[in-house]
Design a protein around this ligand. Structure first.
Ligand SMILES: C[S@@+](CC[C@H](N)C(=O)[O-])C[C@H]1O[C@@H](n2cnc3c(N)ncnc32)[C@H](O)[C@@H]1O
Length: 322
């Protein structure tokens, strides 16, 4: 059995017998007015963060959700795109598709705004998404791509790029690892399926996104997720996994590289009233400006005395300070 087949088997089991707390968080961080999440759906929250960011969802977007799980995030996306077919949710595991359909029917009874026609559940997998090129506004996946071996992760990322409209967004939540995961854990198919041993480091993960063609990546959250302890996982020292929420944009990669926003700010310290780098960044004296990591590095190198660069907050949503 390949590791992908093991993962599919594992998810068919947890579709039929929900495992509360599998993957990560046990409750959804996203509460929305007028949204009732049925307990059956909540129990099957197999995500490690959230991919539903209200600021990404203006304009009634079409959403392709990869790896439907119990349907929780498909329901949350529908909250923002209330029309038939607006959310297409894909999963190769028959039992999981059935569980999601069942949970969404219960949700329809408990949410007067929701109709099951808002979500179309389709058989398919991350490597062959059942939609045309350039056809969706948002692709989302939560806690699935970390299961993939690196080359498969790249294949899946390229596939999301194919189906997104130009300017479209890939919204993801995945575990990352604070150092490379040792081989003996990476080779454990069950741990991999449980989102515990396939994670890449932050740098490796972001590089794979950029190599797939995404010209802008924004980090929405980065937080501790699980500890692989020394004794149980046969490690030299404990290994902390984190969970990373990100949004990647299908825009061209600039000649000098992709823009990755991690919450850094550039602050001009004087002596003039403002500083213009002639590359699109005007810094007013004393007022922080959000910059990508590439620009932060350039400004820090060129103007170490005049410009202060703040640390990554690991939270960026397009805003500045004022
Ligand atoms: C960790 S669960 C996450 C479920 C859901 N995203 C959530 O947040 O609750 C992984 C999901 O991906 C599905 N899956 C497994 N292999 C897949 C593949 N190759 N392509 C798409 N989905 C897959 C599983 O059946 C399961 O529904």
């Amino acid at each position: 059995m390949t590791y992908l087949e093991s993962a599919a088997k594992f998810y068919s089991q947890v579709a039929e017998t929900p495992e509360v707390g599998l993957c990560c968080v046990q409750s959804t961080p996203l509460q929305l007015p007028g949204l009732v999440v049925p307990p059956q759906m909540q129990e099957m929250n197999y995500g490690c963060g959230t991919t539903v960011h209200p600021t990404e969802l203006s304009g009634n977007p079409t959403v392709l959700y990869v790896g439907v799980g119990g349907g929780l995030e498909a329901l949350q996306f529908s909250y923002f795109s209330r029309r038939p077919g607006a959310v297409v949710a894909v999963d190769p595991v028959d039992e999981m598709r059935k569980a999601a359909a069942r949970n969404l029917e219960i949700a329809a009874k408990e949410n007067e705004w929701f109709d099951t026609s808002f979500v179309t559940i389709k058989e398919g997998d991350a490597f062959a998404l059942p939609v045309p090129d350039n056809s969706v506004d948002v692709v989302a996946q939560n806690c699935l791509f970390n299961i993939f071996e690196p080359e498969d992760l790249s294949r899946a990322l390229h596939e999301t790029y194919r189906v997104l409209k130009p300017g479209g967004r890939l919204v993801m939540s995945d575990p990352i690892s604070t150092r490379p995961i040792p081989e003996h854990l990476q080779q454990d198919d069950r741990l991999r399926a449980m989102c515990l041993s396939g994670a890449l480091t932050y740098e490796q993960y972001v590089q794979r996104i950029i190599h797939a063609g995404f010209g802008q990546v924004e980090i929405r959250a980065r937080r501790p997720y699980r500890l692989l302890d020394q004794e149980n996982y046969k490690l030299d020292q404990h290994l902390l996994l984190e969970s990373l929420d990100s949004v990647s944009f299908k825009v061209d990669i600039a000649d000098d590289g992709a823009c990755v926003f991690t919450g850094k700010m550039a602050v001009y310290t004087g002596p003039e009233e403002y500083f213009d780098d002639k590359a699109g960044h005007i810094l007013s004296l004393g007022i922080p400006l959000a910059v990508c990591d590439k620009t932060a590095a350039k400004l820090a190198k060129a103007h170490p005395q005049a410009i202060m660069i703040t640390d990554s907050t690991w939270y960026y949503d397009g805003g500045g300070c004022c």
